[in-house]
Write a protein that binds this ligand. Structure first.
Ligand code: AMP
Ligand code: ZN
Length: 156
């Protein structure tokens, strides 16, 4: 009975938010344990791993087990859970590593520095002499420009 072609994997993937186009996504494989990683934490929804190219000692990544390319695709509920887990991990890691500050970084799109297109949140412990710089060059702006931007964002 092949007149209606049903792809069971695609249905499963859709129900679970997995995009089948990303079957070769490395973070899907790591998050689901197909590729080994230095795992700091795991539950049904997330795996937290150490980054292979760390900015600082303890640089880790929160990976959802389901594939979402970026923040735009991430369900609202999962986004909330990511932040709860980030707080928990940052608190624990600060205590264990003795770092003195902490950056949460989350890139969306190649223009914004995203290189792996499976949503992830960077957990970056900061140390006094770590020599890293996470930031931007502040631009000058007038009150009128700020008002225009506000209207562009808030109108409608
Ligand atoms: P982003 O630039 O925000 O997309 O971050 C991607 C991050 O993933 C970088 O910090 C990489 O060092 C890290 N990364 C890439 N491949 C792996 C991997 N196989 N295991 C752990 N971290 C990885
Ligand atoms: Zn993926």
């Amino acid at each position: 009975m092949k007149d209606i072609c049903v792809d069971e994997n695609a249905i499963h993937a859709e129900r679970h938010g997995i995009n089948m186009k990303e079957a070769n996504c490395i973070f899907c494989k790591i998050a689901n344990g197909e590729i080994p990683s230095q795992t700091l934490y795991e539950d049904d929804i997330f795996r937290v791993i150490l980054d292979l190219g760390p900015a600082t000692k303890g640089h880790a990544l929160i990976l959802p087990k389901e594939h979402y390319a970026n923040l735009y695709d991430l369900p609202e509920e999962t986004a909330g859970e990511v932040m709860k887990l980030a707080k928990k991990m940052a608190t624990e890691m600060t205590e264990r590593l003795g770092c003195e500050g902490f950056n949460l970084v989350q890139n969306n799109g190649d223009l914004a520095g995203q290189t792996v297109f499976h949503f992830h949140m960077h957990l970056i412990p900061r140390y006094r002499a770590d020599g890293q710089k996470i930031g931007w060059e502040p631009q000058e702006v007038s009150i009128e420009e700020l008002q225009q931007v506000k209207e562009q964002i808030c109108q409608g």
